[in-house]
Design a protein around this ligand. Structure first.
Ligand SMILES: Cc1cc2nc3c(=O)[nH]c(=O)nc-3n(C[C@H](O)[C@H](O)[C@H](O)COP(=O)(O)OP(=O)(O)OC[C@H]3O[C@@H](n4cnc5c(N)ncnc54)[C@H](O)[C@@H]3O)c2cc1C
Length: 383
């Protein structure tokens, strides 16, 4: 999500102060503006906000460019009626133009080579794996099982090792360690990682083990690469540092491949992330299939998820912003719109600190929570 203030009423605090002062003055607003010092402006604004006389705040507005938010957020945001909106259309902007014009081909060729390396790695263990697609022949794998290769192409080493790890690597219980049978010494010595010999195993522990995992899952295509979902989930649960990097990888993947956001609560759980990705893939495939059948894109898009991204421009006056921040900076608001509200508040505070000093969740201004049984517990509930 990106939030930028595109434009705003010049001298917003002075404008509000002049409008408020005008009500009690014999001279016009222009004259008042000329005589206002910074101290007077700050003092008027403080009095206005404390007394709840909010209408002078309607004279200044702020226009924001908001990018990379979901359509779920859009539905919530546009409930705020005292605002103006312009929203990127899914009718005129097709996120899957490349796939429809078959430019995805080059990437698919590269993926095939990576998956081939994975299968070779798996077969090097001597174990069997169910073949997916036609990237490698069974008799070639059989030959690898009998005579595992000594040298691996550097470009595909990570994918090869992921295959080997899924087949024969172990995650051990003491802290975070990985181990391989010592027979893979010559292959593992081609990596930048120095394995320790422990009995009949080669072991990597702590940060070195995390770095090794990052190496073998680097550039993972969550849908089209070969990997053991169970093993990836196990690694994420045991090594927070690794999970944090995988989350970033998944977020970028989801944005790029599905033009979608990864919601905060889904992001906390690797199984949920993988389930979310699988559902996004189904919806994307159904969309592409219908468009290729000749269904108009504006109807085919009904299958796209509510997590699909959009960009928008929103303008609100300062009074409406107060109401928006009041409702949406609160912990009770859903995570994405809460993040947006907090980012917008941050931006306007840089421009007009006095005006937005008391803006935000109601508890921040009053020290009490008005949400009763729904309170997040940060502040005492008002009876
Ligand atoms: C935590 C949370 C949960 C929510 N859950 C739901 C839900 O389950 N279902 C749902 O439908 N919505 C839900 N909403 C949306 C909510 O009901 C409001 O529609 C939304 O927050 C916009 O607020 P607003 O009307 O104050 O803003 P605006 O539309 O910007 O209005 C600003 C203010 O102008 C005044 N105003 C505007 N229009 C009128 C009018 N026609 N008559 C009189 N006064 C008016 C009101 O004082 C209003 O507060 C939820 C919001 C939050 C923050």
């Amino acid at each position: 999500m990106r939030v930028t203030v595109l434009t705003y009423t010049p001298e917003p605090e002075k404008t509000v102060a002049a409008a408020a002062r005008l009500c009690y003055s014999r001279i016009g607003a222009m004259g008042i503006m000329e005589n206002l010092t910074d101290e007077k402006v700050a003092s008027f604004i403080q009095k206005l906000i404390n007394s709840g006389h909010m209408s002078p705040l309607e004279h200044v507005s702020f226009t924001f460019a908001v990018e990379g938010v979901s359509r779920t957020l859009l539905a919530q945001l546009t409930r705020h009626r005292i605002a103006s909106y312009s929203v990127q259309s899914l009718r005129y902007n097709n996120p899957f133009e490349e796939e429809l014009s078959n430019q995805d081909e080059v990437q698919t060729t590269c993926l095939k080579a990576q998956n081939r390396a994975y299968l070779q790695g798996f077969a090097s263990s001597g174990k069997y794996i169910a073949l997916v697609g036609g990237d490698i022949k069974e008799d070639e794998l059989e030959e690898i099982r009998k005579n595992p290769p000594d040298k691996i192409d550097r470009e595909y080493l990570g994918h090869f090792l992921r295959g080997l790890f899924d087949a024969d690597g172990k995650i051990t219980d003491d802290g975070f360690s990985l181990s391989f049978p010592e027979k893979f010494h010559s292959i593992l010595s081609q990596t930048p990682f120095e394995f320790e010999q422990k009995g009949e195993s080669l072991v990597l522990s702590g940060k070195k083990a995390v770095d090794f995992c990052l190496f073998i899952y680097n550039g993972l295509d969550f849908v089209r690469s070969l990997y053991s979902r169970e093993k990836l989930a196990n690694l994420c649960k045991r090594a927070p540092e690794f999970f944090s990097k995988i989350k970033t990888q998944a977020r970028d993947y989801i944005a790029q491949r599905y033009y979608c956001v990864l919601p905060a609560e889904i992001e906390k759980n690797i199984d949920a992330i993988l389930t979310y990705i699988a559902a996004l893939e189904n919806s994307k495939m159904a969309y592409l299939e219908m468009v290729k059948m000749g269904v108009d894109k504006e109807d085919a898009r009904y299958i796209l998820p509510m997590g699909t991204c959009t960009n928008l421009v929103v303008t609100m006056n300062a009074r409406s912003l107060y109401n928006f921040f009041n409702l949406r900076c609160c912990e009770r608001a859903q995570s994405e719109i809460r993040q947006l509200a907090r980012m917008m508040l941050n931006e306007v505070r840089k421009i007009a600190p006095n005006l937005f000093k008391k803006a935000g969740a109601p508890c921040e201004a009053t020290g009490y929570c008005p949400e009763g049984a729904f309170s997040c517990g940060k502040y005492p509930v008002r009876n």
